[in-house]
Design a protein around this ligand. Structure first.
Ligand SMILES: C[S@@+](CC[C@H](N)C(=O)[O-])C[C@H]1O[C@@H](n2cnc3c(N)ncnc32)[C@H](O)[C@@H]1O
Length: 315
């Protein structure tokens, strides 16, 4: 693929990704972040837990006066913690809606600087300026081409003695459509290490951590991991070459019409039925109403369920 085509492909990926995440966040910003979606406090509690996974073993007091960068900050679930530890935090996200919501939820904060980016570059972040780069629940959902872009950018922006901690899934690689932003990409550890090296970084540690639910695919278990990276030198390859090393088999390219909405709708329908089983009919009704608003064309049963729920709630 020539470089103009590569550029067009990645711009198209950015467009699809932003559209999908803007929709998810306006639809139900807590559900699409993580667990703990009952209310904002529960969400920030899970953010605290996940920030602890990311920083395990680090002497946080040493970060006083330092600068952190979060890739894929979402609505600020982890920023609520990191803002208290660092002098400043640069929070990057591809979604306008995520950044607006994070702004609103962290309105009492003055040391977090938000940047809406293109999904693979850190253009507004200066070279050699960041002490701690981190990312959670983001980089396994993006194409390896974009991930490779970030690896090169991390190498550029991180200070020589800086630390980078990324939450990824390791294990056996599975087939993935490049534009799919819900799939969990699982990286082979050897491939990851080689790609990271080409990006000018080094994997210095890999720690497994436990999620509430183990994810098993036909290929095997996807191991939730915190990977530590350190800067070594300038990158030795370009983005496409690094992306090619991240995987044994390239991601599947599909025509322009890729859309995650049908799967999003299915996931919301599962949430709705779980809420009904738990007897939480008010929340279930709200969920199905949102389904109609956002995914009406894929959710034929939702109207019928809303009707039944309204009837039960009137009794
Ligand atoms: C599952 S949410 C997780 C957010 C946050 N890290 C957390 O754990 O609460 C993923 C976030 O990453 C953002 N995102 C997805 N792909 C991205 C990319 N390529 N570059 C920057 N942000 C991205 C989405 O807009 C969304 O806000």
């Amino acid at each position: 693929m020539g470089s103009e085509q590569e550029q067009t492909a990645i711009i198209h990926l950015s467009y699809c990704l932003r559209r999908a995440w803007d929709r998810r966040i306006s639809q139900d910003y807590r559900f699409w972040m993580s667990d703990g979606f009952e209310n904002d406090n529960a969400m920030f509690e899970t953010g605290k837990r996940d920030f602890e996974y990311l920083t395990e073993g680090l002497a946080l007091a040493e970060f006083k006066g330092k600068c952190a960068l979060e890739i894929g900050c979402g609505v600020g679930r982890l920023l609520q913690q990191s803002k208290n530890i660092f002098e400043s935090v640069i929070a990057v996200d591809i979604s306008n809606n995520a950044i607006n919501k994070a702004h609103q939820l962290l309105s009492d904060t003055s040391n977090v600087y938000f940047i809406k980016n293109d999904g693979y570059q850190l253009e507004d972040v200066s070279d050699n300026s960041v002490d701690f780069v981190y990312s959670f629940a983001t980089l396994s959902h993006i194409s390896s081409r974009m991930f490779a872009g970030y690896l090169m950018e991390i190498c550029r922006v991180i200070k020589e003695n800086g630390i980078c901690r990324l939450q990824l899934y390791l294990g056996t690689e599975s087939e993935t459509v490049e534009a799919d932003s819900l799939a969990i990409r699982c990286y082979d550890q050897g491939c990851l290490k080689r790609a990271v090296r080409l990006a000018g970084l080094k994997v210095t540690d890999v720690q497994r951590f436990e999620l509430a639910e183990t994810i098993v695919t036909p290929q095997g278990e996807q191991i939730p991991s915190i990977v530590t990276l350190r800067r070594q030198r300038e990158p030795l390859a370009d983005r496409e070459e690094i992306a090619a090393h991240l995987r044994f088999h390239p991601e599947i390219q599909v025509a322009a019409a890729w859309d995650d909405a049908p799967l999003e709708c299915q996931l919301m329908m599962s949430l709705g039925s779980r809420l009904i089983q738990e007897g939480n009919l008010h929340s279930a009704l709200q969920t199905y109403e949102k389904i109609i608003n956002f995914y009406g064309q894929y959710a034929r049963d939702a109207e019928r369920i809303i009707f039944a729920l309204r009837k039960s709630l009137q009794k």
